[in-house]
Design a protein around this ligand. Structure first.
Ligand code: PGA
Length: 270
């Protein structure tokens, strides 16, 4: 059975002492869960101190980005090689990287390959913009973003990765909090089916069943249950909600309850 995975994307928030305080608070509230994997993705700056602070039975770390070359004259960049001992995961292809920093399919593919080459699990974010959704291009966009990103990987490598469906129009950015649209669970379900179907066509049934698929975009304690109950979803990638210890730890509790309920249903999946 695939474990539920919750990844808190802190984006460009929290300095070293604020990050340490948040981990302290989360640690007080989150118990050791065997069946839910809790991952924190803080800024690059605080990965090192947090790696000393976290209880590894409770938390794993992710970086929000890295560069695909292992080393060299690339001012300002940090490589996957440098992150090897520090993180389990790296988020790649987040819509803010694609749209604010102009990352294209090719760069994202190179990052995914470098991530796997360095023994780190990629969390590949894919999702359509508002205009693409209006033009009914969601399936095509997901197909293009996914196939281009994984084109250098083997079926086993794809089986082990994580794909996050993050519709760009549903991501909160602070400014749009009151006005932006929230994805409905049935829309998320459709997208997840498209993603698994694409993996199936490229890499076969085993990979399509093994790959973990997350949802991200304004997920919080209130809607976590509805998203986690979407068939085929293995977890959530909250941004804003992960900065609030009460909200994030409640999401972990919800995930734990759902996972226990799943374990009680014999589905031949184990
Ligand atoms: P949000 O961000 O939960 O604040 O919408 C999600 C993300 O961008 O990963």
């Amino acid at each position: 059975m695939r474990k539920i995975l919750l990844v808190g994307n802190w984006k460009m928030h929290l300095n070293t002492s604020q990050a340490s305080l948040l981990v302290h608070r989360l640690s007080e509230r989150i118990k050791i869960h065997r069946d839910v994997e809790v991952v924190l993705a803080p800024s690059m700056l605080v990965l090192q101190p947090l790696s000393m602070q976290i209880d590894r039975r409770k938390f794993r770390l992710a970086a929000q980005n890295a560069y695909y070359k292992d080393e060299g004259a690339f001012t300002g960049e940090v490589s996957f090689t440098m992150l090897q001992d520090l993180v389990h995961y790296v988020i790649i292809g987040h819509s803010e990287r694609r749209h604010v920093f102009g990352e294209n399919h090719r760069l994202i593919r190179d990052k995914v390959s470098a991530c796997v080459r360095n023994g780190i699990t990629p969390i590949l974010c894919i999702g359509e913009t508002k205009d693409e959704r209006t033009a009914k291009e969601t399936s095509r966009v997901l197909h293009d973003q996914l196939t281009s990103a994984v084109s250098d990987l083997t079926a086993d490598e794809v089986s082990n990765m994580v794909i996050a469906y993050e519709p760009v129009w549903a991501i909160s950015n602070g400014a749009n909090y009151a006005t932006h649209e929230i994805a409905k669970p049935d829309e998320v379900e459709k997208a997840v089916k498209v993603i698994r179907h694409n993996v199936y066509e490229l890499y076969g049934r085993k990979a399509s069943e093994a790959v973990r698929v997350l949802y991200g975009g304004s997920s919080n304690a209130e809607n976590a249950r509805a998203y986690l109950e979407v068939p085929g979803i293995d977890g959530l990638l909250p941004g804003g909600a992960s900065l609030n210890y009460h909200e994030f730890s409640t999401m972990v509790d919800i995930a734990d309850k759902i996972q226990s309920a799943r374990k009680d249903i014999p589905d031949g999946n184990e």
